[in-house]
Design a protein around this ligand. Structure first.
Ligand SMILES: [Fe+2]
Length: 162
């Protein structure tokens, strides 16, 4: 019998896009107090806050203002895979399939249904920094390499489409 207890545990992050990337990044850091966890070149920023998740907010440089996706934490990798199976059975588009994110250490996939708002990421294992790491960690400046989005991928050209 299928588990009846399939539900996201909490929101990990929204991921927005903005043509005013530099100004928005400065606002989130200087005014709202987020800390940069990592950057990908000068096009993506992963920011953390008091819950110490590697990124509880992320943004990228884009032509239009957008909500690129919203990420939900599942209770386990098993629940991530249950979510994927349900999406397949319900014929919900899998916009990007299983990926292992090097920045946050999370394993995730993405579904998208235009009728129901932005793309959704379901993940497990998103890294939470220790209090000491949160206080002292310096952001990395990662290269624009698909393996920085998914360490399982040998190469690809659609990394920016997540
Ligand atoms: Fe995400």
């Amino acid at each position: 019998m299928p588990s009846l207890f399939y539900t996201p545990a909490y929101i990990v992050h929204p991921f927005i896009g903005t043509p005013k990337f530099d100004e928005t990044l400065k606002f989130y850091i200087d005014v709202l107090g987020f800390k940069p966890s990592d950057y990908i070149a000068n096009v993506t920023a992963f920011l953390r806050s008091e819950n110490r998740l590697h990124h509880s907010f992320a943004m990228r440089r884009s032509k239009e203002k957008e909500v690129a996706h919203i990420c939900f934490a599942m209770k386990s990798l098993d629940d991530v895979m249950r979510g994927r199976a349900l999406a397949v059975y319900d014929k919900i588009k899998i916009a990007a399939d299983m990926a292992n994110h090097s920045a946050s250490k999370s394993i995730a996939f993405y579904i998208e249904d235009d009728k129901h708002g932005p793309r959704i990421e379901l993940c497990d294992g998103h890294r939470r920094l220790t209090e000491e790491e949160h206080a002292t960690a310096k952001p990395r400046r990662m290269s624009v390499d698909p393996r920085n989005i998914d360490i399982w991928r040998p190469a690809a050209d659609d990394w920016h489409d997540l």
